[in-house]
Ligand binder design. Sequence first.
Ligand code: IPT
Length: 269
Amino acid sequence: PSIGLITASLTLHAPSQIAAAIKSHAGTHQLEVAIAMPVMADYASLQARLNEFRAQNIRGAVINLPLEDHIAEKLVNENPDICCLFLDVAPETDVCCVRFDHLNGCGACIRHLWELGHREFGLLAGPESSVSARMRLSSWRETLHRLGVSNAVTVFGDWSAASGRNKALELLHQYPRISAIVVANDQMALGVLSALAQLNRTGSRMVSVTGYDDTADSLYFQPPLTTVAQDFNKLGKRAVELLIQQMAAPQIHIRELLPTHLIIRQSTC
Ligand code: IPT
């Protein structure tokens, strides 16, 4: 028997580590995993993938794509014979999901920088089309607001290291007083560190950088990255276990939240 996985691009570190975890935990339950990687996250592309799964006799799918609530809800309504478990939807979306709680992690990250004395912040958010990117940005802003910071500058990247590098160059060129850049994922943070090295903003002129994900390589960035950890192995394990439960009892409503937490390394001071 097989389950399906519809995923965001596996060229990105987080989705690829999540897919690896799902694949290995599915294996312990003697389940194969059919992987689909649509280019677009619109309703028609997703429906087409579920139709392919159905043709392969697949009756359960994990969906790790940022989806707006009406698209996720319509997929569930239109495909009652396939159990769908979503990993990247907003809390208000009324579908079965297991997701990371961004609140603790985002709040802790801003407070950490504040306690180090930072007052001039740059926010490098993920793409506006991503539900999780928007949630991270809004919790950073909320925490900053509570601390009385109202002048943080926001720019948007596309999750890639290249976009992180370009956006950091842009940000520091326009706002040289920024002393901390809060970044929505580790890959963009890698690009930011590369920009800082190019601008000679290291050592005593260092700009603090925080990431988000704690992917397997982030400890080896230069300097090792302070970041918000999401346990992708745990997510993969719970996704497989919960999908199995859901397939055994399709009427149950699964909503699980996994914690995130700040890991302090040397990219912040
Ligand atoms: C999210 C990652 O944090 C981000 O780095 C990027 O890879 C994104 O996925 C791609 O969609 S993790 C997701 C489970 C919210």
